[in-house]
Design a protein around this ligand. Structure first.
Ligand SMILES: Cc1cc2nc3c(=O)[nH]c(=O)nc-3n(C[C@H](O)[C@H](O)[C@H](O)COP(=O)(O)O)c2cc1C
Length: 189
């Protein structure tokens, strides 16, 4: 009797595991989300205009409140201009400055811009490129709004650096650890 109930429990456990795995393993989107990371070291192999075009399309496709699309994207590939914003930039990289529309109350739609940024981060990663989001240099980008030709009524919210990853860079040790699920998730069933 004991053996039968053990076999049954084991069977249920195996089926549950298979079911859970079949929902994620081989799903290219979840696999990519779970393996994406933000490299720091890039090669000078240039990112192509076609790659940037696809990344931008994915950013533009992001959802936004009331479909307001309150963003503007400035693609910077000029090395001198990039260096003034991100000092350790590698030639061949591209910086996309994501600017948000300034509302009458002076608030920018940061959340919508964040969604567009994450879409582009994931798109670049899926294309085998490296992408890193930068908040630190936003002030520098705001100061350079004229050189960046940012349209009136928009202000830089966040930056995305895209480049080819240095070969031999270890994605596992390069990625930052995450908090344990138990620490940050609660369910109300
Ligand atoms: C809003 C935001 C601002 C960030 N600003 C910077 C930055 O100024 N400099 C930098 O090196 N990385 C910056 N990052 C990258 C984070 O450090 C990185 O996403 C985080 O450590 C997770 O790393 P991983 O994607 O490799 O796991 C920023 C990320 C976000 C989302």
């Amino acid at each position: 009797m004991k053996t039968r109930s053990f076999t049954l429990t084991l069977g249920i456990l195996i089926l549950t595991t298979i079911n859970a795995l079949s929902q994620t393993a081989g799903n290219p989107v979840t696999d990519l989300l779970l393996s994406a990371w933000s490299p720091r070291n890039f090669t000078s192999v240039p990112v192509t205009d076609q790659q940037i075009d696809m990344i931008l399309q994915c950013g533009i496709k992001a959802p936004s409140a009331r479909n307001g699309q309150p963003w503007h994207f400035t693609v910077v590939s000029n090395e001198a201009v990039m260096k003034e914003i991100v000092s350790n930039i590698t030639p061949g990289n591209v910086i996309i400055v994501i600017s948000g529309k300034v509302s009458q109350t002076g608030v920018t739609p940061d959340f919508d811009c964040g969604l567009a940024t994450q879409n582009m981060f994931i798109a670049a990663t899926s294309m085998g490129l490296g992408a890193r989001i930068y908040g630190g240099p936003v002030a520098a980008a705001r100061e350079k709004r004229e050189a960046l030709q940012i349209p009136e009524g928009f202000t830089p919210v966040i930056l995305l650096r895209v480049g080819n990853i240095e070969k031999g860079t270890d994605a596992v040790s390069g990625a930052s650890p995450r908090k344990a699920k138990e620490e940050i998730v609660n369910w109300v069933r």
